[in-house]
Design a protein around this ligand. Structure first.
Ligand code: NAG
Ligand code: NAG
Ligand code: NAG
Ligand code: NAG
Ligand code: NAG
Length: 578
């Protein structure tokens, strides 16, 4: 083997083998730290805790599970370690709300207790049956080898308005992997949908070698499930699919559709979380109900370069249909990125849920659009604004008079010409947007842009997280890059800290010469929505100086084209009452 003769990788292989030996854990989607997972911290570090994002009082959280609206109450379950702040001991924690903003934390809904889940109660979904009974489908781990099965749970008392207690009937497990399925890659059942033939369908995430697969099951009674001959969909070289989400969207309007809706002017979306990249991708396509197959539209990229719900720190997301407001709502997990495990123990908590977002199909049919749920606006407090403020090259303006560490800001920028747009270097054609952002950051002066916001900035700009646009010329067209760049977000000198230059391209018509941006800033998270929610980026950042009242918010322009802030509205954000 040529590879061994000239083995520059060998030192790394040795390190990997040593690491595998040390952690000796099951390689699932999580790093496993057996010695740390039940270590609780006595003091909770406050300064990176968020003010208005979803977080339990302490310990580790990951995937949102089974979100639903039921009899007037929103339910959010989520993967939770009741004993510590790294992944482990996972249960389904349970919180309820009437407005998606104020949450009450209840007892855990599901936790390992039976043969069919004693080694773990992993992610899943809720389906509300026609008799108005919500049923949870979730993945149970049945042995030390990480063997995965699909189970169900039902409310002990469906008339309890909070659905506090859940039971796991004896028919479990509902589904075990047959021989064609890798038992350790068989998880995260979706919400089920009802076909015209009266049979339920749902998919489970999996992989056949390096091909990601959404295995399809059918059932008449929700208890006996049969594997379909073909998966709903699969895609080569994408690795293991986690947390699949399959749902219809309407071409007519921005309202959401119940998961079983199909017919005229309905498209379907398949979203998967890729274990290999730890990012999520989706395609838009057609659900061929006759053959029970999903077919992505021709121009969709079905892999690592595809569309993403969020180009930042956002994973294991899941949508649900909210009949009370006719919308489809998206939840997603934003992990910590400061962590070496030791830090997590010290901090006493890890992980947040991103602000729930309404999600719909762009009229072009080419992408989804997302916007924070309107309820968030009830937390807006003191408002400040800027109107028609010009920014020449190198100029900045501070947005004064708000709590810049806990704020919501919406801004529309305009410019008078596109002629200053820089050429898009042809050698970047194969790069990801984030790589272009790393090369052309906010400090690299340009033509049309970079311009945008400087969030969580310290007094003398020693640290800041810029969220900005940069417009490039490609032949006769324009390409808009949106960045949320954590590379200067903290002066903390921890070489292990993850400070990515997250970015996505924005498919937007520039004929009105405007670009809009909204950022939700909350101590250690900046969640941004470009061009009305066409491109979304969540960054987790850990400033050392820009804490509480020392944080500042500014707008900047570093391009030769003068930029006008047409309108900028910024609000201090209240903490929810609970
Ligand atoms: C786990 O895997 C090992 C090695 O393949 C095997 O010897 C053992 O019997 C398995 N344990 C269970 C509970 O399946
Ligand atoms: C099954 O999945 C595990 C990861 O969960 C992987 O290590 C293993 O190689 C897979 N087995 C086969 C036969 O593909
Ligand atoms: C979209 O509009 C058409 C024509 O009005 C109607 O037939 C169809 O049911 C609508 N579809 C959805 C999903 O609202
Ligand atoms: C704008 O560019 C100048 C020159 O490169 C740089 O010093 C400054 O930090 C940049 N501003 C921002 C906000 O990055
Ligand atoms: C979040 O944390 C960073 C830094 O540790 C990792 O690089 C990411 O892979 C991780 N994201 C997920 C979804 O686990």
């Amino acid at each position: 083997m040529v590879f061994l003769k000239n083995c520059f990788l060998c030192p790394f292989l040795v390190i990997i083998i040593v690491l595998l030996f040390f952690f000796n854990g099951i390689k699932a989607s999580h790093e496993v730290f057996r010695n740390l997972q039940s270590l609780s911290s006595t003091n909770i570090i406050k300064y990176y805790r968020t003010g208005y994002h979803f977080q339990p009082p302490k310990h580790w959280i990951n995937d949102p599970n089974g979100p639903m609206y039921y009899n007037g109450v929103y339910h959010l379950f989520y993967q939770y370690n009741p004993k510590g702040s790294v992944w482990g001991n996972i249960v389904w924690a349970h919180s309820v709300s009437t407005d998606l903003i104020n949450w009450v934390h209840l007892d855990h809904a599901i936790y390992p207790s039976k043969e069919f889940d004693q080694y773990g109660t992993w992610s899943g979904s809720v389906t509300i049956l026609p008799n108005n009974i919500p049923v949870i489908l979730y993945t149970g781990i049945i042995d030390v080898n990480n063997t995965q099965v699909q189970n169900y749970a039902i409310p002990a008392d469906a008339s309890d308005p909070l659905l506090r207690e859940w039971i796991k009937p004896d028919e479990n497990p509902l589904i075990v992997a047959d021989n064609s399925i890798n038992k350790t890659r068989f998880r995260d059942p979706t919400t089920a949908w009802l076909g015209r033939d009266g049979h339920w369908r749902m998919v489970v995430g999996s992989a056949r070698r390096h091909r990601g697969v959404a295995i399809l099951y059918r059932s008449r009674d929700f208890l006996k499930w049969t594997k379909a001959q073909h998966p709903l969909h699969s895609s080569s070289k994408t690795g293991n699919w986690e947390c699949p989400d399959f749902f219809p969207v309407s071409l007519n309007h921005t309202n959401g559709l119940d998961t079983s809706v199909d017919g005229e002017n309905v498209k379907h979306v398949l979203k998967v979380s890729l274990d290999d990249t730890r990012f999520e991708y989706y395609t838009i396509g057609t659900y061929d109900t006759k053959n029970d197959r999903y077919i992505p539209d021709r121009k969709m990229i079905d892999g690592w370069k595809g569309l993403r719900l969020d180009y930042g720190n956002f994973y294991a997301s899941k949508t649900f249909y909210d009949p009370s407001k006719n919308r489809r709502v998206l939840w997603g997990w934003a992990n910590e990125s400061d962590v070496v495990p030791k830090d997590a123990i010290k901090k006493g908590w890890a992980g947040i849920q991103a602000i729930p977002r309404k999600l719909w199909l762009d009229p072009s049919g080419k992408q989804l659009v997302q916007w924070p749920v309107e309820e968030l606006e009830t937390l807006r407090n003191k408002k400040v604004e800027l109107r028609n403020h010009k920014l020449n090259k190198g100029e900045i303006v501070e947005v004064e008079g708000i709590t810049a560490a806990q704020a919501d800001v919406e801004v529309t920028f305009s410019f008078s010409s596109l002629k200053n747009a820089e050429e898009f270097d042809p050698s970047w054609a194969h790069l990801y947007a984030k790589d272009v952002c790393a090369i052309r950051g906010s400090a690299v002066q340009g033509g049309l842009g970079p311009f945008g916001l400087l969030t969580l900035a310290s007094e003398n700009l020693e640290e800041y997280t810029p969220v900005f646009f940069r417009v490039f010329k490609v032949k006769n067209k324009y390409k808009v890059l949106m960045c949320s760049d954590a590379s200067r977000s903290s002066v903390r000198n921890n070489p292990k800290m993850y400070k990515p230059s997250f970015a996505g391209f924005v498919d937007v018509d520039l004929s009105d010469k405007k670009l809009s941006l909204r950022s939700l800033i909350d101590h250690s998270v900046v969640e941004s929505f470009g061009a009305g929610g066409k491109t979304c980026i969540t960054s987790r950042v850990y400033p050392a100086l820009a804490l509480f009242s020392d944080a500042r918010l500014l707008a900047f322009n570093n391009g030769t084209e003068t930029i006008t802030i047409e309108t900028l509205n910024a609000w201090s954000m209240n903490k929810p009452d609970r």
